[in-house]
Design a protein around this ligand. Sequence first.
Ligand SMILES: [Zn+2]
Length: 470
Amino acid sequence: MRPGEWSFLDAMWRWGGFATDAGWTQAAGRVAIERLRQERLQRLLAWTRRHSRYYATHWAKAPRRDLRLADLPHVHKADLMAHFDDWVTDSAVTRKAVEHFASDLVRIGQPMLGRYAVFSSSGTTGVPGLIVHDADALAVYDALGATRMGALAPAWNWGEPLTGHRYALIAATEGHFAGIVSWERLRALHPWFEANARVFPVTAPIRETCAELERFRPTVVASYATVLRALAYERDAGRLAIQPSVLWYGGEWLAPIARDHIQRAFGCRVAGDYGASEFLNIAFECERGALHLNDDWVVLEPVDENYEPVPPDTASASVLLTNLANHVQPLVRYELGDSVTIASKPCACGRPFPVIRVDGRRDEILRLDDSRGHDVPIMPMALCTAVEEGAGEHRFQVVQTGPAALRVRLEPASRSRHPGARVKDCLSQFLARQGLTHVAIRVETGDIAAHPVSGKFRQVWREKPRLVGG
Ligand SMILES: [Zn+2]
C-alpha cells in the first residue's frame, strides 16, 4: 500500500463484519436492534468522555454513571468547529491538518493519514464544517448501503461486480463533498467500479451533461433531486435518450410531483436515501417509497424550537443526530437542522426499521433567459458550488427576481475583502459557461433570512416562479 491509498484488505475485512451484522440485525427485528443501539451508544459515550476534551468539558454536569442521551446537552457545528482540536479523539487530526488536506482537490477520495475520510460541508445551516470519518464508520456506511438498499445500490455491494452496470454521478466536484469523496473512495477500492463509473460535474451546462451521458450510456444515474428533474425535462424535449434502470437521488428533498415526472420520463425506478456529511446513509428508501431509519447505527431525535422531543407523526423544528459508528470525531446530540417526522405506524414492507419523513433542502431550479430568449435551467447545487468555491463565501442566498435577473444576499460577517465583487465575478463566469451573458446580478449585504413560508434556511429560489419547469 502506498501513502494516499486505502487498504483494500482492511476495508474488505471490516465491511465483511459489518455487512454480516447489518443483514443479521435486519432479520432479528426490533428487540435486537434496540439492544445493539444501546450497546453501541454506551461504548460511544464512554469513549467520547474519555478521549474528547470538548465533550468532557461540555458534559461536566452530566451523571458519571448510566449516562443517557437525554442527560446530555446538544451541540452545534459552529461551536464544534471552533473547538476542533479538542473535539477530535486522535491528536494527529488537527483542524490545521484537515484544512490542509482538504485544500487540495487532488486528494478527493484519498485517505487522510492513510485511514480517514474527510468531508467538507456547508449544509442547511450555512456554517462550513469538516467531518472526519474513521475506518469503521466508512465500513458501516458501505455495509448499510449494500445490505439495506440491496440490488438498488450495487455500487456499495462488494459481491456484485458482474452486474454489467455503468454508473454516472452528477455532483459538485470542486471540493471534498461527501458525494464525490465517497464515490472516488469506492473507485479507488474497486477496480471494476473504477472501470464502470464516471463523474459529471454539476456545474457544467445541463445540455453538455446530457450529450456526455448519451455517450457514456449509464444504467445507474445518481444525483441531486433537482438535477434528475432537469434531466427529465431534457428527456421530454427529446434531447436525452439514455435508458437507466435506476435513478438515485440524495441531498435534496424530492417532491412527489417531481418523482412522478422523473419516473414517467425515464420509465424506471427512482430511489433515494437520506444522508448527510455527518452520517452517510441515515435512512434508506424501500420499494414502497418509505424512508427507513438505520437506527441500529444512528440515533435521530426530532425536537421542537426549545429542543424538547416531539411525539411521533409530528414534524420537528430541528433534529439531533448521534453517530454510533464514528469515534474519531464524535457527534452526540448534534443539531442537523432538518425537519423530521417519525411515523407511528410501521411500513407495510415489513422491515423492522422506523419510517421517517424528512423536510430537507428545498432549493429550486432557476430558469434564466439567454440573449435569444431561450430558457436555461440552472441547478441550485451548481450555483452554490460556484459561489462557495469561487468566492469562498458560505452564508448567502440567491433569488431569481426576473427572467434574467438575480439578487444575491451576503452576510456582512464575511472575512474576505470586497466579497460582493468576488461573488458577482464568479457568478458571472459561471453563468457565462452556461451561455448566459446577459443576467443582471445585484449583490447586497444583510442578514440571511429564513424562507417566508417554510421558515427554513433556504439558499436558492425563484421569487416569481413561472409555469414552466422546476
Ligand atoms: Zn418499507
